[in-house]
Write a protein that binds this ligand. Structure first.
Ligand code: PLP
Length: 434
């Protein structure tokens, strides 16, 4: 019993059926600190999902808490109608970090809204409502973003205000180009993209996650987006990099996911959300001024850029940079990857352990087959919970990828502890299935 006052049935009575809720006995989290959370019964868990990659630095980071309370004491909220120092200061930092020349930043309250804005800007700038999206992609739950998702499990309607053309490249091990070496895989995807574009009129933009998040932490080979970029440039098509999951150093080697691809320059726009606020709702778009300012209309965001969230974002980003959490993600991520690969080696239900930095996916299959197994994914997630570890599930083709994405301050000891729990959970699920 996780909710003594019947919170689960109250939840079910008033919230939508489609609102995803983890675990057979859903957990009510009542406290967090560092890389740990506690439930209403007092059970402690090592948190390897960080909300959903939202707790970027650590739970209850004192620097963030202090920034939020200090700002809340002064003024909780104004709006973009007034000068707002915390918003300007965070925009300056984000613009500088983005690498986009002459950058402008528009703050939203979610990743969905950030991508929606980027799509709006692209279609206004290019005067086209056609966009390219990757197969197996996810960019949010609004009408426009859900309408372009390339992942059927997350796409409840085929109606969309945008016309979407789907591009190959982010799923390496399945689909028509599976098994090709990196260079040939990229060539095949580029040829496919060219062919697609030859058959269509003006396309506004390509929107893509450097590593697909909801899609199961899967990505094409490094260099894919640099190759795509050349094709897009030839035709004046904008490149939007959705960095909602991959931004801020999570992938270890790079601050932004797109940098792994060696493209000559940054994307035309990048979108961000999740980790920047460490749990406070911040999203946003960075774009070249020419693109950002193409809208010929007034606009505001009532809550985007709210001072209290901006103060949290500044404190969180400051902590991340001062403590080189990107470097930590690289070092501890490599250790975690090694341990998880060892854990998976003796188990017949793991197809692949993949990822970068502290963004690691474990793809499961039914034993002796190549078939995704969401049932096994749920079994592992339940067993991990029993062992005191929270992870994500349900990503990827077939919904059978476990997602491991702890706060970026993860220690080596915690990485080893989490990997050991996961090893036992994998073994238990595999044995139960055999
Ligand atoms: N883009 C990506 C890559 C995501 O993973 C998500 C959410 O999971 C979104 C956009 C939507 O963000 P939000 O849930 O903050 O609206």
């Amino acid at each position: 019993m996780t909710s003594p006052d019947g919170l689960l049935s109250r939840h079910r009575a008033v919230l939508p059926d489609w609102l995803a809720l983890y675990y057979e006995r859903p957990i009510e989290i009542t406290r967090g600190e560092g890389r740990h959370v506690w439930d209403a019964e007092g059970n402690r868990y090592l948190d390897f999902f960080g909300g959903i990659l939202t707790t970027m630095t650590a739970h209850a980071l004192p620097e963030v808490t202090r920034a939020v309370t200090d700002q809340a004491r002064r003024v909780l909220h104004t709006s973009t109608l007034y000068l707002n120092r915390p918003m300007v200061e965070l925009a300056e930092k984000v613009a500088g970090l983005s690498g986009i020349p002459d950058a402008r930043v528009f703050f939203t309250t979610s990743g969905t809204e950030a991508n929606d804005t980027a799509l709006l800007l692209a279609s206004a700038y290019r005067r086209s409502n056609q966009v390219l999206a990757m197969r197996n992609s996810y960019h949010g739950r609004s009408f426009s973003t859900v309408g372009i998702t390339g992942n059927a499990a997350w796409s409840p309607t085929s109606l969309s205000p945008l016309q979407t053309l789907y591009v190959h490249g982010s799923v390496r091990s399945r689909g028509p180009f599976a098994g090709l070496p990196d260079g040939e895989f990229i060539d095949a995807c580029v040829a496919d993209l060219r062919d697609l574009l030859d058959q269509t009129g003006g396309v506004a933009a390509l929107i893509a996650e450097p590593i697909q998040g909801v899609g199961g932490f899967t990505s094409g080979p490094d260099g894919l987006f640099a190759a795509f970029r050349e094709v897009l440039n030839e035709r004046g098509i904008l490149w939007i990099s959705d960095e909602v999951q991959t931004g801020w150093g999570r992938t270890g080697e790079h601050f932004w996911g797109w940098q792994a691809h060696g493209a000559a320059g940054p994307p035309d726009m990048l979108t961000f959300a999740k980790g920047i606020g460490n749990g406070m709702s911040i999203g946003g778009v960075v774009a070249r001024a020419e693109v950002m300012n193409c809208l010929d209309a007034n606009s505001i965001s009532t809550f985007g850029g709210s001072p209290v969230t901006m103060a949290a974002g500044q404190a969180n980003l400051g902590y991340l940079l001062e403590h080189d959490l990107q470097g930590n993600a690289r070092r501890v991520g490599a250790l975690l990857m090694e341990r998880l690969r060892e854990a998976a080696a003796g188990v017949d239900i793991v197809r692949e352990v993949r990822g970068r930095g502290l963004m690691i996916g474990i793809e499961l299959v039914a034993p002796g087959t190549d078939e995704p197994s969401p049932v096994l994914a749920s079994a592992v997630v339940e067993a991990a919970r029993e062992g005191g570890l929270l992870i994500g599930k349900g990503g990827g083709p077939g919904g059978s990828v476990l997602r491991v994405a702890p706060p970026l301050s993860l220690t080596e000891a915690e990485a080893k502890e989490g990997a050991a729990i996961l090893e036992r959970a994998l073994a238990a699920a595999s044995a139960a299935k055999a």
